[in-house]
Design a protein around this ligand. Structure first.
Ligand code: ADA
Length: 566
């Protein structure tokens, strides 16, 4: 399953998960035994490969139908963490980063059977600046879907939609359509866009594209009868783009939009004009039965629990999440802080020459694919990286600037742990900090937060900006219960979260919180052997989603507060 709705009615798109692939550990030249595996999946789920860090080779065949050569587009939605893609043994594409999709055109493939080979490499090395030993697991495998599309000579390459609240007090939608002529001759076509549920649309004049030309067309649609998207009423509308040639519809591309506006108002974040209160959780894509390749049902089950907890937001700590997850958040009104891939990188790690190109590529790919999701209200970067150094600051500045070039409709932020030393608070629209009073330090939560908030307001250029606590929590081993409330007991975690959440929601000027974290997750063994069970145990549920005592504490707190602060 790629999305929760059909992206095409005309164009032929096939998800390559209709049968098992063959897999062996080692690169494609290795002669180890093949075994049948499902895709998506992580090889750590295979007996004997639970801790395998190396190269894995996946292979299957696919068919080009018809009697003439065809141009296909192969899309991999996630390969962890470095992909090498071959078709019929010829190199087609390479890609770094497990958490962003990539596509490659396969021109003029002959009718009949072809072989697709994908090597995944999850090793740590200087070539990998973002996937490093860390407090989460870098799994190995094809962790998200793979699809093939058969493309017409001129096709709809991209559809971008931006909701606008116009001064006359109704909604508009900016629609930007990218066309591409992949034939060797000039092509005439008529692009049009429809919003079926609103019985409105627009047809552009006929376009003539030279051979190989790409072109963008745009319009702004008035939507006087449209309902807004909000957590309470997540109203979605299909946006159906079509391309006609000689009166025949030859291609289509379907997206969804939700009409909502995020606006900064002094120290407030306003959603559709109302002061937002964030009641959120940080969530890793991690599960003991699936690794990071959670299927649809497991993703939705997490959202069932998050809604039961009274949460209205999820922070995709610390990388772009699957579009299945984002679709489900769009449909259920869960606001999303989505962030590029980085966690806790030192200045030395940020000076790896691969760091900036890989981090910026992640931003480009994340925003290009996820831009249309109304649930995403903010873009985050570089969780707890070296924002207390001048070199680190230069990297933060370039990445904030890049986001600003790609999307002016959403604010930017970064979850910092540089308590009283952060040097970047002038750069983002929203100031965010991760704090662990009563866990990593013994300071009482209210005093710790007041000291931090006062410093931001009095000593930094972050003053007066919206302020979020993007992590707070404590560890607990599921089932460890003791009246003494010793650290790592469920009782201790429950009390710490009770104190931390009270401090956050009593802090004037604070727009809300993300609890660290939703569920216990596996960490890479190379990182931090002192993590009990080689797990990060700060979930309010354990890895099997079994609730700890803290579940009810967070639920009581979140349910007592609504989504807005006024
Ligand atoms: C940091 C980090 C999280 C996690 C957390 C913890 O805030 O951002 O990824 O490692 O600490 O559990 O200590």
């Amino acid at each position: 399953m790629i999305r929760t709705f059909a992206k095409h009615q005309i164009r032929r798109q096939v998800e390559l998960s209709d049968c098992l692939w063959r897999f062996h550990s080692g690169d494609r030249r290795a002669r180890t035994a093949w075994q049948p595996v499902q895709v998506p999946g992580c090889w750590e789920q295979l007996p004997g490969l639970e801790n395998y860090r190396g190269v894995g080779t996946y292979e299957r065949t696919f068919e080009v139908q018809g009697s003439a050569p065809a141009t296909l587009r192969l899309t991999c939605y996630g390969v962890s963490h470095t992909a090498t893609v071959l078709v019929d043994g010829q190199l087609a594409e390479q890609h770094y980063n497990a958490y962003t999709a990539f596509s490659v055109l396969l021109p003029q493939l002959a009718p009949g059977q072809h072989t697709l080979t994908i090597e995944a490499d999850n090793r740590f090395s200087p070539d990998s600046a973002l996937h490093v030993p860390n407090d989460y697991m870098t799994y190995g495998g094809i962790i998200r879907a793979v699809s093939l599309e058969q493309l017409p000579q001129v096709y709809l390459r991209h559809l971008k939609t931006t909701p606008l609240w116009n001064p006359k007090g109704s909604w508009q939608l900016r629609v930007e359509l990218a066309l591409a002529n992949i034939s060797t001759t000039a092509q005439h076509c008529v692009p049009e866009v429809q919003l079926p549920e609103l019985a409105t649309g627009y047809a552009w004049p006929e376009q003539r594209l030279a051979a190989g030309e790409e072109r963008q067309v745009r319009t702004v649609l008035d939507l006087p009868t449209a309902q807004a998207w909000s957590p309470e009423m997540p109203q979605l509308y299909r946006v159906v783009a079509q391309l006609s040639q000689n009166g025949q519809v030859t291609d289509d591309l379907i997206e969804r939009t939700g009409l909502r506006e995020i606006r900064l108002d002094g120290s407030d974040l306003r959603l559709n004009g109302r002061k937002l209160r964030i009641k959120g959780f940080c969530r890793h894509e991690d599960h003991p039965s699936f690794g990071c390749a959670l299927p649809f049902a497991a993703i939705q089950q997490d959202l069932v629990l998050l809604k039961d907890l009274g949460a209205n937001s999820v922070r995709t700590s610390h990388y772009p999440n699957s579009e299945l997850f984002l679709d489900l958040c769009d449909e259920q009104g869960i606001l999303v802080w989505e962030e590029n891939h980085a966690r806790g990188l030192t200045e030395e790690q940020m000076r790896n020459p691969n760091f900036e190109p890989q981090a910026e590529a992640c931003i480009r790919e994340m925003i290009r694919v996820d831009y249309n999701h109304p649930c995403i209200y903010i873009w985050g970067i570089l969780n707890e990286c070296a924002s207390d150094t001048s070199y680190g600051r230069s990297c933060y500045a370039r990445q904030y600037e890049l986001i600003g070039q790609l999307d002016r409709s959403r604010p930017r932020s970064s979850a910092s742990c540089k308590f009283l030393t952060d040097r970047c608070l002038d750069l983002p629209e929203v100031v965010s900090f991760n704090i662990y009073p009563e866990w990593y330090n013994d300071q009482a939560a209210p005093a710790f937060l007041t000291e931090l908030y006062t410093w931001v307001q009095e000593e930094t250029a972050g003053r007066g900006k919206p302020f979020l606590i993007t992590e707070t929590g404590a560890g607990a081993i599921y089932g460890y219960r003791t009246p003494s409330q010793a650290k790592w007991s469920e009782e201790y975690q429950a009390q710490a979260l009770r104190d931390q959440l009270a401090a956050v929601f009593n802090q004037p000027g604070c727009s809300g919180v993300y609890v660290w974290q939703f569920c216990d997750v596996r960490v890479s063994r190379e990182w931090f052997s002192s993590r009990p069970r080689s797990m990060n145990n700060k979930g309010v549920v354990d890895e099997y989603r079994r609730p700890k005592l803290s579940y009810a504490v967070v639920q009581d707190c979140f349910r007592a507060l609504d989504n807005y602060r006024e």
